[in-house]
Structure formats: C-alpha cells, structure tokens
Design a protein around this ligand. Sequence first.
Ligand code: ZN
Length: 445
Amino acid sequence: MKFSWRAALLGLGVLFLSSDPNLSAQVPSPRVTAIRAGRLLDPEAGRLLPNQIIIVEGTRIREVGAGLAIPAGAEVIDLSNATVMPGLVEAHNHLALTYKPTPENNIYYYTYVQESTALRAIQAASNGIQMLASGFTIVRDMGNNGNYADTALRQAIEQGWIPGPTIINSGIIIGGMGGQFFPTPEMAKDHNIVYPEYLDADTPDEIVKAVRQNVLFGARVIKICVDCKPYGYTADEIRLVIKEAAKAGLKVEGHVQTLNGARQAIEAGIWSIAHSTALNDEMHKLMAQKGIWRAGTETPTGLAGHPVSEEAYKRTVTGLKNAYDNKVPLTFSTDADYWVEGKTRGELCLEFIKTWKDAGIPNADTLRAMTVNGYKVSETEKTRGPVKAGFFADIIAMPGNPLEDLDALKNVQFVMKDGQVFKRDGVMTPAAFFHAGPVNGWRIR
Ligand SMILES: [Zn+2]
C-alpha cells in the first residue's frame, strides 16, 4: 500500500481537532477522601481534638474540623478509634548505606568497597518504604550514598515510581581531604577511593565547586565534615560553604565531633549540627542564641549488634537534657546507616525514643521534635506537616496516645502520603504508588 503523508497528516489533524474540545471533560476530578479522626493530635499545641473530620482532595488537605459534612462520593476512612496525627520527620538518616555485622564487622568502608551504588539505591528504595511504614513521611538523608543514590531515590519518589517519604538529600558529603575515611595512600592516590563517598574540598575554589556539583546533581541540603580531620574547616571556610549553598536556596548541616569544630560551625552560623558528642553547655547556649538546629543522633543502648557503653549513653542522655534545658532547637535524628536484625529501618529509628524518655524530655516536646521542628529543619513547613487546609496530606494514625506514652508511635497502623493511603489496618497497601512511568513528570530533577 502506498503511504500518503498528506493523508496521515490530515488524519492526525482530525484526531487533534476532534479530541480537543473534550479534553477538559476527560480529566478525572481528584479523588476525595474523608477521614474520621477519633482524636486528632496537634503537636504544635500539644493537645488532642476529639472527633475531627479531615477532607482530603487529591494530594492535599481541603478542610479539617468537627462535624464537617462528608462530600458525596468521598471514600470514608474510619479512624474513630485511633489517634490521628501529622507524619514524623527523621532529620539525619543514610538510606543508601546499610553496614552489617557480617561480613564487614560494621565497618562501612568495607560496605562501600563491596556494594555498588546501584545496589545501594535499591536498598534506599526499600529503606524509604520501611521508614514510611513506621510513619516517617519526611527523611533528611545526609550523605554516604555512593554516586548520588540519594538523588535517584528522591527523584523516583517524586516522579511517582515508588512510595517513600519526602526526601531532603545532601548529595555527597563535602570535606577536607579524605572525608571520614582513613584510606591507605595507594587506595586514595592511585584508586581515588574517597570519591564518591566524600567530595574532597580543601581550598576556597574546591569548596565552591563541590557545593555547585551537589546542587547540579540534585542535593536539597549541603552536608559538610566540619572536623573529620585535624585540618577541618574554619569559620571562614564554613561561611563560604553557606554563602555558595544559599545561592541555590540550600542550608548547610555540619558533622561535628570536636569542641573546636562546634565553635567554628556555630560562629559561622551553620543551619544544623549533626551529632552531640562535642556539644557542651557553652555550645548549647550559643546554639540557642543563634537558633542553630541540633541533630544530636542520640543512639540508645540495647540495639542488638550495636553496643553502646553505659558511660557513653549516660553522656548522650545528659547532653540531650542539657540542650533541652538551654532551649536549643531540637530535632529527632538517628544517624541510622546499619542493620539491626529483626527490625526495619523505621522500627530501628523509633528505638531512639528511649533516649528522649531517659533524658526526661516531656512527651509533648519530643513529639514537637519529631514533627513541627522536623518540618522546620527540613524547610517543608510551609507545604507539608500540619494537618491543616492547604497542606499536603501526610497523615498517620495509631491506637493509644503518644502524648501519654511515646511508645504508641511504634504501633502506627495507618499512613497516608500525598493523599494516598500507603498503610491501612497495619498492612502496607502500596499498589497505588507503583507506576511504570513518571506519572508526576520526568522533568523532576
Ligand atoms: Zn550521619
């Protein structure tokens, strides 16, 4: 048969013309869900509101209140026997790193040598799902992700391939030569082994370039090693990082392990400090004054295969209490980058509640650290978090009342992410999240 371009084009024209006027009628109206919340926990106010109705339209919350009319055709989710609350935030995790007792004796340098970025990206997808199942709807992923597995994870979730929390990712950790590794000269100089786990940046030029590289490859926050090596960063060098990151609208988190490092980071006005070992009363007072976030990563005792000495734990608990007493802005953070047998990544993170209880922090304030403060430190607080009209519908529910017993959080039975049910009656129902294409757009970078 002879092919006619003219006929083909005419045919296409007819197709476009005939479908055009009806296009708007073919767009499905967004689904509407009505949640009956027996008790709605408002972490900001630290109180429960009885018998609320939450109307969710598409990805967002449309209305919240008592006695709202349920729109015709809405799916009704009955959580009238549950405590309903906004999603939790983990402010320092490493989803694409999982070191293990076997075979690497929990030494992540060997994990890095053994496991490809591709394998670690798939682990990150799994860990993200595990976090979401435990009620964490936002995770700050602070580096150690091989060659940008963290960006790939964020994109996969945002484009609509897989379920997962909202990811605020750091890209590659920027530091002075060597990062947190202590490689042999031959591995470092002949095999360039530090990269891509760390991005060496020793001079002002290198610092600027390193920040730009992370921005280019999809970071949403910048992470630096302030003092992983004796040559660390000075306050001036940290200011340069902050200035360059700010051009892209990003904040800077510093890994800090020495008192001098803490002093330099605080003087420079860093956004958040990771780890608490170096933070004493004086540093806490300065952090409170400057409003610097504390991501203390307070590891509890009792994690199988990850022993913490009683002495170290006592220091952690005392430090957290001191930070609270000094009114340092606190976030809930774990530094989880390992595997505890029998626990999901989400369950592992919830074990860290123990430290907050042992520090005597009131439950309402621990809940604020896990929610309200988490939204702020991840800079999502204008769009995500509170169960209020206009915000994305990230909602969790559980029996019990976390204001009375924080361990109630270990029993999250319901999770909604972006208006879509991910877990119901304690069972993951993620089918609606899996797509064979980028349903939210391929331009998401
Ligand atoms: Zn970390």
